[in-house]
Design a protein around this ligand. Structure first.
Ligand SMILES: Nc1ncnc2c1ncn2[C@@H]1O[C@H](COP(=O)(O)OP(=O)(O)OP(=O)(O)O)[C@@H](O)[C@H]1O
Length: 311
C-alpha cells in the first residue's frame, strides 16, 4: 500500500553548524498513529518542522499524499494540520474567529457545522466567544488543536501535545486522538512520555541525538521494554550486597539504604518471591517496597547500550 507520508534521507544541519538530524527514512500508513519518542533535543521538533515545511531540510525528500513538500508545498501543506509546541495565536481574537480564520488561510470555504463539531469535541464550544487571552493554559492548547483541525487535514502532527498539561486534559487529548483516528485521520505525535506512546500509538519511533534508533510496532516494543524495577528501603543500611543475593544482580543506592532490583514484568518468574524469601532468611529487614516501570531514561540507556554492543 502507498504510504500517506514518505520521508527519504531527510537530514538537518542548522546554520549554526549543529547537526540536529541524521538522514531519516520513514513511511507512515494512512490511519496510523505514530509516536516519535525521544529526550529533549533529540530532533523531534526538527523532523516535524521539516515535514510541515517550516524548516528546510539539508538533504532528502518528503511526500505527503503524493505531494512533494518543497516543490508542491501548498498542496502538501493543505493536507497537513500542525499543533505546535508553543502558543501561536492572536490573544485578542475570540476562539471562534481564530479557528474560522485558520480555515480560510487554507483557501477553504466556511463550514460552520464542521467548526462547531471540532469546538464541541475539544470542549471549547461554550468558550467560542471568549477572547483567547481570557482562557486557561489548557484551553489555549485546545484552541491550537482546533486551529490545526480547522481545514480538515488528513495528517495531523501533534508536537508534545500534553507537555505541562494536567491529567484531565491529557486524557481528553488521548480520547480526541482516538476519535480522529476512527474518522480516518493519520496522526503523528512527539512525546517524552512512554505512557503516552503506550496509550495512543500503533507504532513507535525512538529518536536520540538526531538518529532514529528504532521503529517498531508498539506491542513488540512494550514487550521488549517491559522492565520494571523494585526499590527496597532497608531498615539498616548495607555496605555491600551479600554474596547470597548475587543471582538477582541487585544494586545498592542511597548510601546503602536502598536496594534496586530490575526485573522483566512479562516473564513468568519475576524473581521477586524468591528474593523476598532470601532477604528474610538472611535477616535483612526492610521498611518499604516500591515498584515502578523503568523510566524512559533507563530505556534509552538500554537501547543505546544494545546498539553499541551490536555494532
Ligand atoms: N534554529 C536552530 N538553530 C540551531 N540549532 C537548533 C535550532 N533549532 C533546534 N536546534 C537544536 O537542534 C537539536 C534538536 O532540537 P529539537 O527541537 O528538534 O529537539 P526535540 O527533540 O524536539 O527537543 P524537545 O523535546 O526539547 O522539544 C537541539 O540540540 C536544538 O538545540
Amino acid at each position: 500500500m502507498q504510504p500517506i507520508l514518505s520521508v527519504r534521507g531527510v537530514s538537518k544541519t542548522y546554520a549554526s553548524g549543529h547537526r540536529a538530524l541524521e538522514p531519516v527514512d520513514l513511511d507512515i500508513a494512512k490511519g496510523e498513529i505514530f509516536a516519535l519518542l525521544g529526550p529533549n533535543g533529540a530532533g523531534k521538533t526538527t523532523l516535524i518542522s521539516i515535514i510541515c515545511g517550516i524548516v528546510t531540510p539539508s538533504t532528502g525528500t518528503i511526500t505527503v499524499m503524493g505531494h512533494d513538500t518543497i516543490h508542491d508545498f501548498r498542496a502538501a501543506r493543505s493536507v497537513i494540520g500542525l499543533v505546535p509546541q508553543e502558543l501561536s495565536v492572536d490573544m485578542f481574537e475570540t476562539v471562534l474567529a481564530t479557528v474560522r480564520y485558520s480555515r480560510r488561510l487554507f483557501g477553504k470555504a466556511g463550514h460552520d457545522s464542521y467548526i462547531e463539531q471540532v469546538l464541541r469535541d475539544l470542549s471549547l464550544w461554550d468558550k467560542r466567544h471568549a477572547k483567547i487571552r481570557e482562557l486557561s493554559g489548557g484551553m489555549k492548547r485546545r484552541v491550537l488543536i482546533a486551529k490545526a483541525l480547522s481545514h480538515e487535514p488528513d495528517v495531523l502532527f501533534l508536537d508534545e501535545p500534553t507537555a505541562g498539561v494536567d491529567v484531565a486534559l491529557r486524557r481528553d487529548m488521548w480520547k480526541l486522538v482516538h476519535r480522529l483516528r476512527e474518522r480516518g485521520t493519520t496522526i503523528i505525535l512527539t512525546t517524552h512520555y512512554i505512557e503516552e506512546a503506550e496509550e495512543m500509538a500503533d507504532r513507535v519511533g525512538v529518536i536520540d541525538k538526531g538518529r532514529i534508533i528504532l521503529i517498531e510496532r508498539k506491542a513488540e516494543l512494550m514487550k521488549k521494554l517491559g522492565k520494571r524495577q523494585m526499590l527496597i528501603s532497608l531498615q539498616e543500611p548495607m555496605t555491600a550486597i551479600p554474596a547470597d543475593l548475587a543471582e538477582w544482580h541487585l544494586t545498592l543506592e542511597n548510601e546503602g539504604h536502598i536496594v534496586r532490583y530490575i526485573f522483566d514484568a512479562q516473564a513468568e518468574h519475576t524473581g521477586i518471591p524468591s528474593l523476598l524469601r532470601k532477604l528474610a532468611e538472611l535477616g535483612v529487614g526492610f521498611k518499604d517496597l516500591e515498584t515502578s516501570k523503568s523510566s524512559l531514561e533507563d530505556i534509552f540507556v538500554d537501547l543505546v547500550e544494545h546498539k553499541e554492543q551490536a555494532a
